[in-house]
Design a protein around this ligand. Structure first.
Ligand SMILES: Nc1ncnc2c1ncn2[C@@H]1O[C@H](COP(=O)(O)OP(=O)(O)O)[C@@H](O)[C@H]1O
Ligand SMILES: [Mg+2]
Length: 1007
């Protein structure tokens, strides 16, 4: 009875195939993307995908196709199922690309596919946060895909993602964010009818489909004509009109329904059954008992090989093969290349599974669990087998066995960093715990341990609130008197968790309570680590004095308890605190020790922290070149073991400081990489700094806004300070004095009130003086009173002076700059002060700040009437600005020179020729993209006419625009200049040289 059930040709779908092929062509050109195929079950997603895969493989040039299916097995139980399936053939065929991967990448992948990896970097893994481990696995997969796509474009298909496990979902999200120029196309299919309102895929899809590079293709049912084609192919002849009509009204063009209805009704026995269920059951009931038995087992197992089927059904080999042949011949089961049987369509499986009686159902699950356990004891238990066993015991209602299996399966999932699945399995174990007698013995661990494991898994998938709850519950089951060490360890975890929840005060209190539990008479590792953590937390808050006290205690305790890790943490905190308090040399040497200890422990996480903090300390004490060398080394040492994006951005930050901007930009981690929390803030702030240097205000604004919420929630001066400084600089460049002031005030408020972070106070207040200098100047231009701005400038300057005390070269640079701005505010800019500031920056090798100071020096010379000195300073400033690529600054200086008619007579060329490399980017050379007050070229034309006293009508006539349009321009200009009338606008234009008489003009601000 091997009549054909399926059409040999793909009917229709030409438009969809064309679209998919276009996406593939994009991927081949280095524009990777994700396409989603959505549609109801049976509509033809899989068929379309296989046709597309066939064409891609046969294409010119051919693509490399890999893929896997998501399997429905209850939420969160089969970690990375489709990815594992996609990679398995590569491992089996020993694909040469695998051998070419770095050892660390192979080791990561080995966690998913045994046999792929070399030896795993276990020591690193154990000491790291789970997040980092999963991130590394994802990075490793991305590296693999990138490599796979090098010779042939990679097409990765993931079927039925409505059943995707949590880890696979995170991986998809990661891919969407991380793909940037790889030759990779991802196709994912999902069932529309499966996505109920609270389906976990929904938020992810919403996020992914919004992405510009993502495509969504929704598959509709076949049209009536296409249905006719399908029938004609299956029947080998044009269908009769009546048959076509009946199938059309029942299947509504769903090709799977059509096939089943046809198959059930074709042999003339009876009429067409009314539903898919009836149609299929008619066909199943015609099969032999053995075949029906096999179908029932597969309906619960989902996938099974002959060994498993023989074990569960008890059928002899011959009988079993006959039964399987029957089921395949009738197009109900299908067999894959590895000899695994499954339903040819999931809907058919559901029909058979739903038809089981309750008793039959649990019996089958129990048999499957037993069979899988036997298999596990013979072949070793991987994460998938373990998850399957746990699932079947649970579904069978066998509670003790389900408890034990869930705990084991969670352990296996943790090993492959599938913490979401591990969390789900452990949560299930927690649910079963109370229903099982002697649970502890059955599970092999005690209740507190189970709670703790669940908590860590939940934390790893960012369910931080759940983590806190579970830790608290675990604590409530620990007898603090009898086992204070265990309680303290849990409390340290709880304290850190509360810190990440932005409840620092709770965290501190928890840590203090934990400390109180510990014995005074003997040193413990627990106490050392708690003290070390507290010291670091205080350091991050800028409370250096307290941090130092805690660090000393932690060091003493750690030494007594023989725990060098706690000591390394404490010395790290101590070093930064010392630097913060002005003890530069001692701080730096403390950080060197911390680095040394972390290296001896070979602890990657602590090494990363020590490298970056040592470099920060060196930079803060004026040794930027040395700082750069330290982070470069850290990056080199750790790159194979660790995600070094933080260190890379530091390399970029220091290079930027040193004026090597092109290089700096090349070091920045790709924009597409996934960053969260503190790393995100740091990387974005570094980007803002660079964008501002180049004069790309839109980008700077975008980056600032992207992290504003994080910064608002943070209590760390390093982020509060940088955000305030950079926002103010941007606002000032755009002429928005009010916002600049607000940014500085807010940051100062938060830092001054509760930290000892003097260097950030210096930095912010120095900008504060610059803001008031601009404000005072503007007031004078408008004929307003400059006194309020001067008063504010004075307060800001006093702050800088107070906070910059001591022998700190960087703070001295800011102090000199602020003093110079102060004279600018007073209307008597003092060139010698600007020269001093410039020299201070030059001594630090910070050419950008130096060039800004030289520019102001030139302005001050001009105001004092010394044109020769002005020419010299402007020449230096311009040469530097061009060399490093500070386009906005170069534009300002050129504007100043044009207004003042300064002649360089080759001076700039001379300076630039004297050993300094030409700025790579000169396409903006003559046409600076910076406009004063953010005026567009058109608006500048309009302003010029306004300053000549023209009316809107006259402006319109001159510039060939409607009077209405001219009036819109004028009001926009007034608001950009912050003035109320056309006369005031004319005054500002005149001062800035923007009026008709002065040609190209520039504003004075260069904060
Ligand atoms: N365009 C088509 N032309 C011919 N047969 C099709 C077409 N689309 C689907 N089918 C058939 O319909 C059945 C169900 O299709 P399938 O791709 O498995 O559905 P889905 O993956 O959307 O659930 C399969 O037997 C398939 O061969
Ligand atoms: Mg399908």
């Amino acid at each position: 009875m091997t009549t054909r059930v399926t059409s040999s040709r793909v009917v229709g779908r030409e438009a969809e195939l064309a679209e998919l092929e276009a996406v593939l062509a994009d991927a081949s050109a280095g524009r990777p993307s994700i396409a989603f195929l959505a549609g109801e079950s049976g509509v033809g997603k899989t068929r379309l995908l296989s046709e597309f895969e066939r064409r891609a493989t046969a294409g010119d040039p051919p693509a490399r196709v890999i893929g896997g299916d998501c399997v429905e097995l209850g939420e969160g139980e089969l970690p990375y199922a489709p990815i594992v399936a996609a990679l398995r053939p590569l491992a089996r065929q020993h694909d040469p690309v695998l051998d070419g991967l770095p050892a660390a990448t192979r080791a990561e992948l080995g966690a998913l596919i045994p046999g792929l990896g070399g030896e795993a970097a276990a020591s690193v893994r154990q000491l790291e946060g789970d997040d980092a481990a999963q991130a590394r696995l994802f990075e490793a997969l991305l590296t693999l895909f990138d490599e796979l796509g090098r010779d042939r474009t990679l097409l990765l298909s993931i079927e039925d993602i409505h059943w995707a496990d949590r880890s696979t979902r995170s991986f998809l999200a990661f891919l969407a964010r991380s793909l940037c120029d790889e030759h990779v196309m991802v196709v994912a299919t999902y069932r529309l009818d499966e996505l109920h309102r609270r389906h976990p895929l929904r938020p992810l899809l919403a996020e992914l489909e919004r992405d510009a590079s993502a495509r969504r293709i929704e598959l509709a049912a076949l049209t009536r004509d296409e249905l006719r084609e399908q029938l004609a192919d299956i029947l080998g002849a044009q269908p009769e009109r009546e048959l076509l009509g009946r199938l059309w009204s029942r299947s509504e063009g769903n090709p799977l329904f059509t096939e089943e209805l046809l198959a059930a009704g074709l042999d003339g026995r009876g009429s067409l059954p009314p539903t898919l269920r009836d149609a299929l059951m008619v066909r199943v009931e015609r099969l032999s008992d053995a075949a029906q038995h096999v179908l029932r087992v597969v309906s619960k197992a989902r996938r099974a090989d002959t060994d498993l089927l023989a074990d569960v059904t008890g059928l002899g080999r011959a009988e079993l093969s006959a039964a399987l042949r029957e089921a395949v011949a009738s197009h109900i089961l299908a067999v894959d290349d590895d000899g695994w049987y499954s339903y040819r369509h999931a809907l058919l499986r559901e029909v058979v599974a739903d038809d089981l009686l309750p008793g039959e159902n649990s019996e089958l699950h129990l048999q499957l669990a037993h069979a899988l356990e036997r298999r596990a004891s013979e072949r070793g238990e991987g994460a998938h087998l373990a998850a399957g066993i746990a699932h079947h015991y649970y579904a069978a209602g066998a509670q003790p066995a389900a408890l034990a299996a869930s705990v084991r399966a969670a352990e296996a999932a943790d090993k492959v960093h599938a913490h979401g699945e591990a969390a789900a399995l452990n949560e299930r174990a927690l649910e079963l715990w109370g229903h099982v007698t002697d649970a502890e013995e059955v599970a092999g661990i005690d209740y507190v341990e189970l709670l703790k494991r669940t908590a860590f898994d939940q934390g790893a998938v960012e369910e931080v609130a759940r983590k806190e709850h579970l830790l608290k519950k675990a604590l409530s089951h620990v007898d603090k008197e009898a086992d204070p060490l265990r309680a303290a360890r849990l409390m340290e975890a709880l304290a850190r968790t509360q810190w990440t929840l932005n409840r620092g005060a709770d965290g501190m209190e928890t840590a203090a309570r934990a400390l109180a539990l510990l014995p005074d008479d003997k040193p413990t590792m627990e106490k050392a680590r708690l003290l070390g953590w507290l010291s670091k937390a205080r350091m991050l808050q800028g409370k250096y004095v307290t941090s130092l006290e805690l660090a000393s205690e932690a060091i003493e305790e750690g030494q007594a308890a023989g725990d060098t890790l706690a000591e390394a943490v404490a010395r790290n905190a101590r070093g930064i605190s010392l630097v913060g308090l002005g003890e530069m040399d001692e701080g730096v040497s403390e950080l060197r020790r911390s680095l040394q200890m972390a290296r001896e422990r070979d602890n990657a996480q602590e090494m990363g922290s020590a490298f970056s903090n040592l470099a920060d300390a060196l930079n803060a004490s004026g040794h930027t070149r040395e700082a750069l060398a330290v982070v470069e080394e850290g990056q080199r040492v750790l790159t194979d073991r660790f995600r070094t994006d933080w260190l890379k951005s530091m390399v970029a930050e220091f290079k930027f400081q040193l004026g090597e901007w092109d290089d700096a930009e090349a070091w920045m981690p790709s924009r597409e990489r996934r960053h969260v929390g503190t790393a995100l803030m740091y990387i974005m702030l570094t980007r803002v700094n660079m964008a501002l240097g180049r004069g790309d205000h839109a980008a700077a604004r975008e980056y600032l806004e992207a992290i504003s919420q994080y910064v608002a929630d943070s209590s760390e001066p390093q982020f509060l300070g940088a955000w305030g400084t950079l926002s103010a600089r941007l606002d000032l460049r755009e002429g928005d004095i009010e916002s600049a002031r607000a940014a500085v005030d807010e940051a100062l408020d938060r830092i001054e009130f509760c930290t000892e972070d003097a260097s950030r106070i210096v930095r912010l207040s120095a900008i504060g003086v610059a803001i008031e200098a601009d404000a005072a100047q503007r007031a004078r231009d408008l004929g307003d009173d400059p006194q309020p701005a001067l008063a504010r400038a004075e307060i800001m300057l006093a702050r800088v002076r107070a906070a910059a005390e001591g022998d700190r070269p960087v703070e001295r640079g800011w102090l000199l700059t602020a003093e110079a701005h102060w004279t600018r505010a007073a209307g008597e800019a003092e060139p010698t002060l600007w020269a001093e500031a410039a020299e201070a920056w030059e001594a630090l090798e910070w050419p950008y700040e130096a060039a800004i100071a030289r520019f102001h020096e030139a302005e001050a010379h001009l105001a004092a009437g010394d044109r020769q000195a002005a020419t010299d300073s402007a020449g230096f400033a311009l040469a530097t600005a061009r060399r490093i690529g500070a386009r906005w600054l170069a534009g300002e200086i050129e504007g100043l020179c044009a207004r003042a008619r300064l002649q360089f007579d080759g001076l700039v060329d001379e300076i630039m020729a004297a050993g300094m490399p030409e700025s790579a980017d000169d396409d903006h050379g003559d046409e600076p993209d910076e406009e004063p007050f953010g005026l567009t070229p058109r608006e500048r034309q309009v302003l010029m006419l306004v300053s000549e006293g023209r009316t809107n009508r006259e402006i319109g006539d001159t510039l060939y625009m409607a009077e209405k349009t001219a009036s819109v321009h004028v009001s926009r200009i007034l608001s950009k200049l912050g003035v109320r009338s056309r006369t005031e606008a004319a005054a500002v234009a005149h001062r800035l040289g923007l009026d008709a008489a002065s040609g190209t003009g520039r504003p004075a601000s260069g904060a």
